[in-house]
Design a protein around this ligand. Structure first.
Ligand SMILES: [Zn+2]
Length: 243
């Protein structure tokens, strides 16, 4: 009698254990399917680094043109003899076409940072074509109005780095290259120049793509020190690669 009750209890316990295992496994499986990245993620072209063997690094500036900081950046880059990549906002090109022309005439490359700087995760996917293609068209016009040969680009950096399944899927289907970075000091928060300089240079590795912003006065002031430290390491500067 005692033994029978014991066996019965053990059976129930085993069944309960088995059931909870199945439920946990189902929850993990379900969570994975809800989260899993879309298949195109694997095929989406993205650039975040020049490659391990490269001795080149790139300075990239998001959010311009800006009436106050773009002239300061252009002056600092000219003095340092560095060509960079500006991830411009299409509406900024419309507002400050003369600054866009100066970027191009100084030999810098333009790339896409959206038309209005909306985070793609917070707008409807129906707005992606306008947010992305309008800026590509504005970039092409900026090259032409500067009297320079158009450097065709499909390089795009999402505002705030915001990406979700729909955005990744759109970029993949529309032949866009994701322009990422490998060195990020957080200069969007407007730290003083010395902090930007020490943050970038203490982590600087060959091949780095350095994320900076055309938004604060600390960044242009940090350029000479960053360039000097990089050249001291035997590194050279070029605009970000397209492929
Ligand atoms: Zn931005």
């Amino acid at each position: 009698m005692f033994l029978e009750g014991y066996t019965q209890k053990t059976r129930w316990r085993r069944a309960a254990r088995g059931l909870s295992f199945v439920m946990i496994a189902a929850a993990i499986w379900g969570a994975y399917f809800a989260w899993r990245p879309p298949a195109p993620t694997l095929g989406l072209r993205h650039i975040e680094h020049w490659g391990r063997d490269s001795r080149t690094v790139s300075l990239t500036f998001d959010d311009g043109p800006h009436p106050l900081t773009t002239p300061l950046l252009l002056a600092a880059l000219k003095r340092a003899n560095v060509k960079a990549t500006f991830f411009v906002v299409g509406d900024g090109l419309r507002l400050y076409p003369e600054l866009a022309r100066r970027m191009v005439r100084d030999g810098h490359s333009l790339a896409n940072h959206s038309q209005y700087h909306f985070n793609l995760t917070r707008i409807s996917p129906t707005e992606y074509p306008h947010e992305i293609e309008t800026c590509f068209a504005a970039i092409e016009r900026a090259y032409k109005s500067a009297g320079k040969e158009v450097r065709p680009t499909r390089l795009f950096r999402p505002p705030g780095g915001g990406l979700n399944r729909e955005a990744i899927d759109y970029l993949y289907r529309n032949d866009v290259t994701l322009g990422w970075w490998s060195n990020n000091v957080g200069d969007w928060a407007r730290p003083p120049a010395w902090k930007i300089w020490s943050g970038v240079t203490s982590n600087l590795r060959p091949g780095d793509i350095i994320l900076l912003h055309d938004a604060g006065v600390g960044t242009p002031q940090a350029i000479p020190g960053i360039v000097k430290a990089a050249r001291h390491q035997g590194l050279e500067f070029a605009p970000m690669p397209e492929q």
